[in-house]
Design a binder for this molecule. Structure first.
Ligand SMILES: *[C@@H]1O[C@H](CO)[C@@H](O)[C@H](O)[C@H]1NC(C)=O
Length: 139
């Protein structure tokens, strides 16, 4: 699960202790720092998604794929990896766990554009946002 070097330290912390909220925020920031340069998603599009406007460029959709893929939440066929999500759920801070579970249950089938990994990740992420906009937790 923790194959990439840059997440090694994070993974160690995560599996030993679980994440507190500060560490969770750091993990989110790490994904943004990795995925934004990689996909060239604009600050504007990322901010739009965080404020409920999901009318964004394809590069921002690929940004969401990069993030979900980094968290091992995507199957190779671009559907949601629910089992991996449930395994990781246990590591989230208490304040996140129950609503994240509700949202993952609600959103697990929302990837429909399966021939485009970016669009599929975007569809999942958008559902996660609208499931609980106040507590949106993706990068
Ligand atoms: C995608 O792959 C997963 C895991 O291999 C499988 O459980 C699921 O049924 C597949 N879904 C589709 C639509 O192919």
């Amino acid at each position: 699960m923790c194959k990439m070097k840059f997440v090694l330290l994070l993974c160690m912390v995560l599996y030993v202790t679980g994440l507190n909220e500060k560490q969770m925020k750091a993990a989110v920031k790490l994904a943004r720092n990795m995925c934004q340069p990689k996909t060239k998603a604009s600050n504007e599009d990322i901010e739009k998604m965080h404020s409920g406007d999901w009318n964004v460029d394809h590069s921002a959709m690929c940004y969401m794929f990069c993030a979900l893929n980094m968290y091992k939440l995507m199957h190779k066929n671009n559907t949601f990896n629910y089992e991996s999500a449930m395994t990781q759920l246990a590591q989230l801070p208490d304040s996140y766990r129950s609503f994240v579970k509700v949202c993952m249950d609600q959103c697990q089938d929302k990837a429909v554009t399966l021939n485009d990994k970016c669009a599929a990740a975007y569809e999942l992420s958008k559902c996660m946002y609208f499931c609980n906009p106040e507590k949106y937790f993706l990068p």
